[in-house]
Design a protein around this ligand. Structure first.
Ligand SMILES: Nc1ncnc2c1ncn2[C@@H]1O[C@H](COP(=O)(O)OP(=O)(O)OP(=O)(O)O)[C@@H](O)[C@H]1O
Length: 613
């Protein structure tokens, strides 16, 4: 993580202050210019058939476009000539119509294939980025705001879609038209064209200069848009809190600040772009007018025919248009390159926690033994405070260990390390005798079932939410788990049974019901080790009793590590581990610890309300 974090997207909160930093990175990257688009190319070459069809159509349409002026020349010189026979007239007009038909069909084929490629490439990039993001450990999302990432997944990918689906095709078409056009012009009127060629560097110079400035502005413009996206989803996601604290006006002002910053960056970008377009078009058409003036003198003196001058003017206009479009699409390509570079950062991020090359297999059948040996750990984002210090705990198969301690003592951290979301800086953690770092994280997590404090539900059906623990579970198994988790009766009452959509994060269920779904999910998972974070939020007595009973079913026959908030739980635990400041301060059973009069006795008298039995 550390090596690549310099390139990683920044968290939303500091994004606004780091516009300068973005510019600096942009400057460092200037040498590479359109380089990041290589990633887009690699995605596109996966579809060689489409690419070939699009390329062929592109060549046909460009060549036809460049020859239309030649067709007009024939029509002017032969078709409009005094005394031409009707067959000749018909032939040249038919030729012209043939060209138009070819152009029309070629354009349709090109448009379809190129747009198809654009959409497909974006779909593939989105899939690959999401797949890679899902492999990242939690530390990655602490440093990179998921909201910002999600807005990148939409805005940056649509930029790329535009590049592949439109810009590249426009750029290539105009490039071919410009080159072929200049060659034709040379054959038509070498002297006039020589003047044009001298004018080209005068036109290209400003394109490059403006392009560099544009690139810098484009990236920060995209960053500001990402800020807006992040802010919208953050504030709307917490709309209730905003309204409860009467913060609507303040939030609106904060949003206005972000919108204005984004507008200001966009304004700088469009100023550069419009100046660029005007300078380039001015130079091109200025040169063309000069050339036509010379040509007009040529026709007057009888050096060249009217048809040639028609062809020259039309080709010249095509070439000028092509250069104009090139200057415009260059800006789009640069914006696409910026988007591609950010997406490749997300794509190339290697998870800090991954399976070793040759993972050690966990013993089978699983025993459910978990041990922490002299574990010392600091969170990467808070290295100054140790979350666990010299932590030693050996949990035997089938044992229930309750962890108790004041807030911030390090209780949840134990779970994070047991699931190997982080690696400790010191000491070793073993599952059934195998150090976690030697095993495949997926195999470790396979053997654990987590019941978090707040049951996390997905915006999906009740069935899918339950099956999250085991996708192969049959409906009978789901109902059996629901029964054991005391969730059966309310699930049966849902309007469409297990098919009922539960709303975002189970918005249509009560807190106690959400917890019981989380318990049923863990029952379906049927893992040997249970990590249970008891809810601190008070439930009503009936709901509490139902949850407690569900937990008892769940804990049967499993090694259980429970962050305890209920007296019933600590009473039943084989051992209670009392923590403070990342260390174990007391270990024992409820009665002994209560009598000892230490930290546990104090916490128990405050925390474990006898009425919450
Ligand atoms: N993701 C994180 N990044 C940085 N520091 C963290 C993170 N999670 C926890 N900490 C810090 O690590 C220490 C231990 O936290 P932990 O969440 O394990 O405590 P806890 O005992 O579970 O507390 P609580 O009962 O309030 O949930 C605390 O100082 C906390 O601020």
């Amino acid at each position: 993580m550390s090596a690549s974090s310099a390139n990683s997207p920044r968290p939303a909160q500091d994004a606004s202050q780091s516009a300068g930093a973005a510019d600096a990175t942009e400057q460092a990257k200037q040498g590479k210019s359109l380089g990041p688009l290589r990633m887009v190319w690699r995605a596109a070459v996966q579809y060689p058939g489409r690419l070939a069809a699009a390329g062929a159509a592109l060549i046909v349409t460009s060549a036809t476009t460049a020859s239309v002026p030649w067709g007009f020349r024939q029509v002017v010189d032969k078709g409009f000539a005094r005394g031409s026979d009707p067959a000749t007239i018909n032939f040249y007009f038919e030729l012209l119509i043939g060209m138009v038909i070819l152009l029309a069909i070629g354009t349709a084929v090109r448009f379809y294939n190129v747009s198809w490629l654009g959409e497909r490439v974006v779909a593939d990039i989105r899939l690959a980025v999401q797949r890679n993001l899902l492999r990242q450990p939690p530390a990655f999302f602490e440093e990179n705001s998921p909201k910002e990432i999600s807005s990148r997944m939409t805005s940056d990918t649509s930029l790329i879609e535009q590049v592949v689906g439109t810009t590249v095709s426009v750029a290539l078409r105009n490039l071919i038209t410009a080159i072929v056009g200049v060659v034709i012009l040379f054959f038509l009127a070498p002297k006039l064209t020589a003047m044009l060629v001298i004018a080209i560097p005068v036109v290209v110079g400003p394109i490059v200069w403006f392009g560099r400035r544009l690139r810098r502005e484009s990236r920060s413009s995209q960053d500001r848009i990402a800020d807006i996206g992040a802010m919208v989803s953050e504030v709307l996601g917490a709309a209730k809190v905003v309204q409860a604290f009467n913060q609507e006006t303040r939030e609106a002002e904060r949003f206005a600040g972000a919108v204005e910053r984004s507008f200001e960056t966009a304004r700088r970008r469009i100023t550069i772009r419009s100046t660029m377009t005007s300078v380039v078009m001015g130079l091109v058409f200025g040169a063309l007018v000069l050339l036509m003036w010379r040509g007009a003198n040529g026709v007057a003196s009888g050096e060249i025919s009217g048809g040639i001058i028609a062809q020259f003017v039309l080709t010249g206009a095509l070439v000028a248009g092509a250069f104009g479009s090139l200057s415009e699409v260059y800006g789009d390509l640069v914006r696409g390159a910026g988007a591609a570079s950010r997406l490749s950062e997300l794509l190339s991020e290697r998870p800090a926690i991954a399976a070793p090359a040759k993972p050690t297999a966990l013993p089978s059948p699983a025993r459910g033994a978990l041990s922490f040996e002299s574990v010392t750990f600091r969170y990467p984002t808070r290295p100054e405070v140790p979350a666990l210090v010299g932590f030693d705990l050996k949990i035997e198969p089938g044992e229930t260990v309750a962890i108790v301690g004041p807030s911030g003592a390090g209780k949840s951290t134990i779970f994070q390390l047991a699931e190997r979301f982080y690696d400790p800086q010191g000491g070793i953690i073993k599952l059934d005798g195998v150090p976690l770092t030697h095993a495949d994280p997926a195999a470790i997590r396979e053997r654990m079932a987590l019941v978090p404090q707040e049951g996390v539900l997905f915006a999906a059906s009740a069935r899918d939410n339950l099956r999250y623990g085991n996708w192969d579970a049959s409906d009978e198994a789901i109902w059996a788990a629901a029964r054991a988790a005391n969730a059966e009766s309310f699930l049966r009452e849902l309007p469409e049974g297990l098919d009922t959509f539960l709303g975002e994060n189970g918005a249509r269920l009560s807190g106690g019901q959400r917890q019981r779904i989380a318990i049923a999910r863990a029952i379906l998972r049927d893992a040997p080790i249970l990590l249970l974070d008891e809810a601190t939020s008070a439930l009503d007595a009936e709901s509490e009793a139902l949850v407690q009973e569900a937990l008892e079913h769940l804990m049967q026959g499993r090694t259980t590590l429970v962050i305890a908030h209920r007296l019933a739980t600590v009473r039943q635990a084989d051992r209670i581990v009392v923590m403070e400041g990342g260390r174990i301060v007391e270990v024992g059973r409820h009665e002994d610890l209560s009598r000892a009069g230490g930290l546990y006795a104090r916490l128990a008298s405050l925390q474990f309300d006898e009425s919450r039995l």
